[in-house]
Structures are given as structure tokens and as C-alpha cells.
Design a protein around this ligand. Structure first.
Ligand SMILES: [Zn+2]
Length: 324
């Protein structure tokens, strides 16, 4: 088996593959999907973040069709995630505290980090945040592409940031050990988080805006602010977040963004945030089994110590400083 060494801070497999299939697809083996546990294990995955993507979109756009409100949707997705964890206990075990990473690895198991993509289920209620934490949630992407009770995404208005409840939730997340994630959040919201968080925060799946002018990417000033708080940006493998109007995801473009982020904010700020099963593009390296090919290319652009930081070391630091 390959050495377990990759930490990927974002994938959408639980909702956009398993839940969407209505029980036909599973985490263990999902040929045709970007990611499954058997391929992750072969690649050398150490920790995989599994986002519960809170869908609000009509089915025709390829999302899960739902009449459920965001809290009910979260409960259903969490149940499904727990079933998958239980059914794959030989390959996968939850990461609830930092020590779990090493404990799981020594048992040969991939660590599963439960995350929520879109704070919409909170609906202004801090008690729900505590419930989520008790259920194992360790990172929350504060917004997706809609306004919610925490604040606004860039997709709505870059100049509108966190709402009062967003600040309250951020403070409680810091206290509980839930990592705040600013991917999708508005530029104003980014600065609200950067200015108020007491712990590292992350952009779990965002690239450098200087190289690709997507509003899902971070400016150089943002990358430096992220670094100042000990956070990371997870390299997103979506072709159009790597290159303007990009169609095919190339390793060269991923390395180019890694190099840029390292140059402006330090190699300590670069991590992985694939967005597998959430972006629907073709990958030059196939799927999650191709992670070692990305590492091989990083090895030509960075010293070995920095490649280790990018593939897992930086994300481990954030987990250590955040989860307790
Ligand atoms: Zn996303």
C-alpha cells in the first residue's frame, strides 16, 4: 500500500453521488464517480473531508431534488454519511479530534472529516451549531452561492459580508473547534472572518484569483491574510477555477496555482481541496487515484519538505490548532 499522505479538504461525493443516486451508489466503490474509498486507499489518502452539500437547486441542474428545508436536508445527509461510515468501517473512521488522524492511519484507515457546505441549516440558531458539532461536524463552509443567516456569498454581492449571526456563529465555531471555511463567501465576508477569527480559518476549495479571475478564487491580499492566521487554501481542481474558461483540468495548472500561492503567502498556506464529484470536469490525471501524479509534478516545482506540507502537513497543522 502507498504511504497514507494526502489530505483533501473538500469533496461532494456524499450528496452529489451517494444521496443523489437514491441508494444505488456508495462510498466504497463508485466507478464513474471522481472518488471512492478503494481508489483513495490505493492513492494513499490520509484524511478525506466529506462535505454535506446542502442542495437548494432544482434537479435539472444536476443537484439533488428536494422539498426538504435546509435543516431537514442536513439531518438526512448526516444519516446517510453515518450509514456509509458504519458500512465501511474497515476502510474509514471519523476524525473528531487531532489524535484520530494518527490513530486511524496506524489502523490503515482513511480519516473521514465531516464538513457542511453551506451554513444554511443553522437558520440563525447557535444550538444547532452545537448539535452539529456533537454529531461530528468539524468544518463549515459558511455560505454556498445563496444568502443565508450567516452572510452573503460572492455569487450574490461581494460587498455584503457577515451578518450579526455570522459573527456569533464564527465565535462559537472557534470555541467548539469547528473550522470556518470561506470558500464561496463574499470578499467582504472573507475580511470579516479574517478580522475576527481567533483560530485558523480555511478556504477549503479555492485557488488564486491573480491567475484565474473567478470570484471563487482568492486575491493575493486574501492569501496573505489567510497565511497570517495560519490557514490554508485547498487547491480546487475545477478547470474553470484554474484557467479562465478552462475545460480540462491539467496537473500543470494545479502546480501553477500552488506555486503562486506559495510565492505570495508561503508554502505553509497551500493544501488540497479537490472538489471531486462537485465540478463535473475532465481530469488529465483521471480521478482521485491520480493524486500521486499531482504529487510527482509538485516534486519538480517544490523541495520535498514543501511537497509534504502541501499534500498533508499544512492541513494537519490546521486540524491540530483547531480541533483540540
Ligand atoms: Zn463548493
Amino acid at each position: 500500500m502507498e504511504k497514507m499522505r494526502f489530505i483533501d479538504l473538500h469533496c461532494d461525493t456524499v450528496v452529489c453521488e451517494v444521496m443523489k443516486s437514491g441508494g444505488k451508489k456508495h462510498l466504497r466503490a463508485n466507478p464513474g464517480g471522481d472518488l471512492d474509498l478503494l481508489r483513495l486507499q490505493k492513492a494513499g489518502s490520509l484524511v478525506q473531508a466529506f462535505a454535506l452539500f446542502i442542495s437548494k437547486e432544482p434537479a435539472k441542474h444536476g443537484y439533488v431534488q428536494t422539498d426538504l428545508g435546509p435543516w431537514e436536508f442536513y439531518l438526512r445527509a448526516a444519516e446517510l454519511y453515518e450509514r456509509e461510515l458504519a458500512g465501511n468501517a474497515d476502510l474509514l473512521a471519523p476524525v473528531l479530534k487531532y489524535e484520530d488522524v494518527a490513530k486511524n492511519a496506524s489502523a490503515g484507515k482513511i480519516g473521514a472529516l465531516l464538513t457542511i457546505e453551506d451554513g444554511a441549516p443553522l437558520e440563525g440558531d447557535l444550538a444547532r451549531l452545537e448539535q452539529m458539532h456533537r454529531r461530528g461536524v468539524r468544518l463549515i463552509t459558511l455560505t454556498w452561492n445563496h444568502e443565508n443567516s450567516l452572510g452573503f456569498p460572492n455569487a450574490v454581492d461581494p460587498e455584503k459580508g457577515l451578518k450579526p449571526f455570522g459573527f456569533a456563529a464564527l465565535e462559537r465555531m472557534n470555541g467548539l473547534g469547528v473550522i470556518p471555511d470561506v470558500s464561496h463567501l463574499s470578499d467582504a465576508g472573507f475580511w470579516d472572518v479574517a478580522g475576527h477569527t481567533k483560530k485558523p480559518f480555511v478556504a477549503s476549495h479555492s485557488n488564486a484569483r491573480a491567475l484565474c479571475p473567478s470570484m471563487r478564487n482568492l486575491t493575493d491580499a486574501m492569501l496573505r491574510a489567510l497565511a497570517e492566521k495560519g490557514g490554508v487554501a485547498g487547491l480546487n481542481f475545477a478547470a474553470d477555477f484554474l484557467v479562465e474558461n478552462g475545460r480540462l483540468t491539467t496537473i500543470r495548472d494545479i502546480v501553477r496555482h500552488a506555486r503562486h500561492i506559495a510565492d505570495v503567502a508561503g508554502a505553509e498556506t497551500v493544501a488540497l481541496g479537490s472538489d471531486f464529484d462537485g465540478i463535473g470536469c475532465a481530469f488529465e490525471f483521471g480521478d482521485c487515484a491520480g493524486l500521486p501524479l499531482i504529487e510527482e509534478a509538485l516534486n519538480k516545482a517544490f523541495p520535498a519538505r514543501e511537497v509534504d506540507l502541501i499534500t498533508h502537513g499544512n492541513a494537519l497543522r490546521v486540524l491540530r490548532e483547531s480541533l483540540g
